[in-house]
Design a protein around this ligand. Structure first.
Ligand code: BTN
Length: 264
């Protein structure tokens, strides 16, 4: 897959620019909007994304994959895996305590602290001509984070992990991994799901899942990007939770325990 880099200075939001290009018809599959900084960077659930100039990677990828429409969660998973691979290539050892891990569905963590967030969006999705904007924010040079951000969760950056890298280099490494991961969404989603279970440490783990209006506890037996998350609930019954209904997923230290191993 080819990517076209579109560079911006400090703008409101790379995802907003991507949506503008979709609205005016100039967007091409594989456009990558990359900004030095953002004044209105946004995260999941209406949160803002701290986007100080030259401190992080702020990029949004336009995807026009043609029908059938894809599941946003599958795209988020594919991009998350590409980021994990890129971080390993940049020097975070895959099998050490510095191995980057994925936290459902869109966070990349190192040693329990968030280093990258991913936000997949579409607006008024036309199933005959599906479009997606996948926004990715990665902490690069920050040595300090605002107190309100640290109060929410542990956060880290490549610099804090002792890795000095240029934004362009990090971008190149991510994009080099992204193409094949995005192709797996259509061509090999079983492999994508297996790799996700490995990179998130969820396989066989007990979890608490908020799905729709319900809270489910169970042991993760599998993941199917078409069917959903496969759980064995405490009664021994198998249950499959469709991905689009899963609002949160937290690992538990043991079956039915209220205490959670917080990943971030
Ligand atoms: C999250 O973890 O909540 C997702 C954060 C996504 C932030 C990125 S930065 C580039 C792109 N532009 C935005 O406004 N948001 C995404």
């Amino acid at each position: 897959m080819e990517f076209q880099l579109i560079r911006h200075g400090v703008i409101d939001s790379t995802s907003e620019r991507a949506f503008e290009s979709l609205a005016d018809g100039s967007a091409i599959h594989g456009d990558v909007h990359l900004a030095r900084g953002q004044t209105a960077g946004r995260g999941r659930r209406g949160r803002s994304w701290h986007s100080a100039p030259d401190e992080g990677i702020y990029m949004s990828v336009v995807l026009l994959p043609g029908p059938p429409a894809l599941k946003p969660t599958a795209l988020t998973i594919a991009v998350g895996l590409a980021v994990v691979e890129a971080l390993n290539e940049l020097g975070l050892a895959p099998y050490s305590d510095r191995a980057p891990r994925l936290k459902w569905p869109n966070d990349v963590l190192v040693q329990g602290a968030k280093i990258c967030g991913i936000l997949t969006e579409s607006r008024a999705l036309d199933l005959d001509q599906p479009h997606y904007v996948v926004g990715l924010g990665l902490n690069l040079r920050q040595l300090h984070f605002p107190a309100e951000l640290r109060a929410e969760r542990p956060v880290t950056s490549l610099a804090l992990l002792g890795i000095e890298a240029e934004a362009d280099q990090v971008c190149d490494v991510i994009l080099a991994r992204l193409g094949s991961r995005l192709e797996q969404v259509r061509r090999d989603h079983r492999r994508l799901a297996e790799d996700y279970l490995d990179a998130s440490d969820l396989r066989d783990h007990w979890v608490k899942v908020e799905s729709g209006q319900e809270t489910q506890f169970g042991r993760v037996c599998g993941l199917s990007l078409s069917e959903g998350l496969e759980l064995e609930v405490p009664s021994g019954e198998p249950t499959t939770l469709p991905l689009e209904f899963i609002r949160s997923l937290e690992p538990l230290s043991e079956p039915g325990s209220g205490s959670q191993d917080s990943l971030g």
